[in-house]
Design a protein around this ligand. Structure first.
Ligand SMILES: [Zn+2]
Length: 283
């Protein structure tokens, strides 16, 4: 979006489905009025939210939900079946369209508070944010009475890491998600956050992880990071690092995938870490 809408002036706003702007409580005409005539200054994101910075400390905030898409399309291109909102620009260049089959996602115009849209001020920075502070995040994780994977998915601690990328990051860091957070060594915590950042960077380069044709870029193309997954969805297959059989365990109505050898459960892990620690302290 940064390369396609920044610097352009919004001239027309069409809301085709009220549900797509249900978080904008003042309704469609207010929504359109707050956008019309305004210049887009930046495209930013935090966690699962993204926003366009507008004049006057305002932002167009969006969440894609399960099936939302922001598409950049030439004026006059046929409307998508599930077109919900359309923005036209003063230069008559490509339109910005919000398309959402299930309409769990949505758009709203909101105030910016310290450069972050007010409704998402409680969401923590993600590992790719230039101001992400790994040391502070590891401390916050260790203070939680929780398990490491739950903490990694808690958006008030760190954002942008969903179930798939959490499993991949835990595998890279050699850590089982069931570890108690207060037993997480600082160095392991730092390794985990670094791994989460790596996974996200690689996934972005691949265009995302698409198990679903609805996850697309602004041109409607799917990503292919699913071909690079080491543990997620790999139950029964050999671990790419050690050859042990990848396990699937139930986790919060979903699944967790891990290698039983590379990611030992807590007690075994603690013992091996103590050995490592002892070796390190005598060397
Ligand atoms: Zn392994």
């Amino acid at each position: 979006l940064d390369g396609h809408v920044v610097g352009r002036v919004i001239t027309e706003v069409e809301v085709h489905h009220e549900r797509a702007i249900r978080r904008h409580l003042a309704g469609a005409s207010d929504f359109a009025g707050r956008l019309r005539g305004h210049t887009v200054h930046a495209a930013q994101r935090r966690g699962k939210y993204l926003w366009l910075v507008l004049d006057g400390e305002q932002a167009l905030l969006g969440h894609l939900g399960m099936s939302g898409q922001l598409r950049v399309q030439p004026e006059g291109a046929p409307d998508e079946t599930h077109l919900r909102v359309r923005l036209r620009f003063a230069d008559h260049g490509p339109e910005l369209r919000f398309v959402d089959q299930r309409t769990f996602g949505g758009l709203t115009v909101t105030e910016l508070v310290d450069d972050v849209p007010e409704p998402i001020a409680h969401i923590a920075r993600d590992p790719l944010d230039p101001l992400f502070d790994p040391a502070a995040v590891v401390s916050a994780i260790r203070r939680r009475r929780s398990a490491v994977k739950r903490a990694l998915l808690d958006q008030s601690l760190v954002s942008g890491v969903g179930n798939i990328y959490a499993d991949e990051a835990l595998w890279r860091a050699g850590l089982h998600g069931g570890w108690p957070t207060d037993a997480l060594p600082v160095a392991k915590g730092r390794a985990l956050l670094a791994a989460a950042g790596e996974v996200m960077t690689e996934a972005l380069a691949a265009g995302g992880t698409s198990f679903d044709a609805l996850y697309v870029n602004i041109n409607g193309q799917s990503g292919y990071f699913d071909r690079s997954l080491n543990v997620y969805g790999q139950a029964g297959r050999p671990c790419n690092r050690c050859g042990a059989t990848i396990l699937r365990e139930p986790f919060m109505n979903r699944s967790s995938y891990s290698c039983p050898r590379c990611q030992p459960a807590h007690l075994m892990g603690l013992a091996s870490l103590r050995r490592t620690g002892a070796a390190a302290s005598t060397s």
